[in-house]
Ligand binder design. Sequence first.
Ligand code: GAP
Length: 480
Amino acid sequence: MNMKINQVTIDALASLCKRRGFIFQNSEIYGGINGFWDYGPLGVELKRNIKDSWWQSVVQWRDDVVGLDAATIMHPRVWEASGHLDGFTDPMVDCRQCKGRFRADLLLEDQGIELETGSTAEKNLKLPANAKCPTCGARDLTEPRAFNLMFKTFIGPVADDTSAAYLRPETAQGIFVNFDNVLSVARKKIPFGIAQIGKAFRNEINPRNYTFRSREFEQMELEFFIKPGTDADWHAYWVKERLDWYERIGLARANLDQYEYGKDELAHYASACVDILYRFPFGLQELEGIAARGNYDLSRHREFSGKSLEYFDQETGERYLPHVVEPSAGVDRIALAVLCEAYTVEWIPKEDTEGDIRPAEPGEKVPSGYEERVVMKFAPRLAPYKAAVFPLLKNRPELVKTARSIYDQIKKRWPAFYDQTGAIGRRYRRQDEIGTPFGITVDFQSLEDDTVTLRHRDSMKQDRVGIPELPGILAEKIDE
Ligand code: GAP
């Protein structure tokens, strides 16, 4: 297992995220609201970089996928057709003693009580007699009741059943209902995909594990439409593509895993499903599901809308309802995995010299001559700031002027940070803690020969490089 994962706890990570502006509790000044999170100045950059990287690899770098941005509220009939109105439920139990409310399957899992697998078993979940309330310990729980996870709202001024609508619980349905629209404008032949990034809302019974299970979150979903019969090949293709992407954004292969659904666990219309899992501090958990869903969604929308939604293959003269492979990922979960992966505690020589960096031993004293540093080892392409620029001394106008002009040049191309306050070692440490991969220091030699020191976050090595060469060097390292 990766050393870094051993070091991070969710408490330590959440404290860093708040202190440095990655993630804040939503409505904190009013005591917070469970299941909702806000991303601060650094968190918003991190999330944007994750989404940009996904969009590049799934849409922009391919010829066979186009994008979409559908509204978050859709016609209520969409959710009848998709099955969410009837079936998008979790089993909920109440404690008769303390009045706590819990998700029954998670409660049993936490108490080590084996659940029968399979979609029917989960729907008809029964509580065994030894199940107890996780809050007060009473063995006095109600039988599970189905609780619909969709947030309900009303359109227009009258709040009655005729104006009821739902915040979308997934982005996917926006894609299916636009299938004909996109097909008619995108000049694509099957196989081709439609991708979308956007907010989804689920009224989770027990939001938990920090941002992992939230009530408002973002999804990145692709519906890849294929010819019936090619499902298994395309499914395997997308599982591999997506695993490769997770490695490219810096998640170690050793911390990734996959779970393949057994035949009895699949929805009746699906022919395959693989979850991509990440080794979080609270266990191996899902980042993304990749399902071969047959033509279930299009056939349901055909039935409910009366529109044909068929594809006409001009080469073969065939007419058919396409099948679909759906890689569906959560941005917030990926951001959390990236934060966990990046979080590293090390012992470094006090003078910030290169070499001899040691992994911190939890519970041990820092050796003499060393200090502890927390460093976020983001892949450069995901780091919120790519570079920080420092004049060695703030009271020397010639150093400040050169540093500012380098900063002005860099920030036009990448998010960058300028810092002139405090000892240079402390400035490096502040950037280490937010994961800035490169530090550029302007010193007296810079004024003589137009060079700066370029400090590398992970190795702490410092190179002397020419100022005109900086953009090229950074570009190569950020995009590699
Ligand atoms: N269209 C298929 C679909 O929505 P899902 O497995 O329910 O499938 C896909 O959701 C992904 O969305 C999950 O793998 C996860 O990353 C993310 N996700 C789902 N529920 C979430 C929640 N409550 N909080 C954060 N992310 C969530």
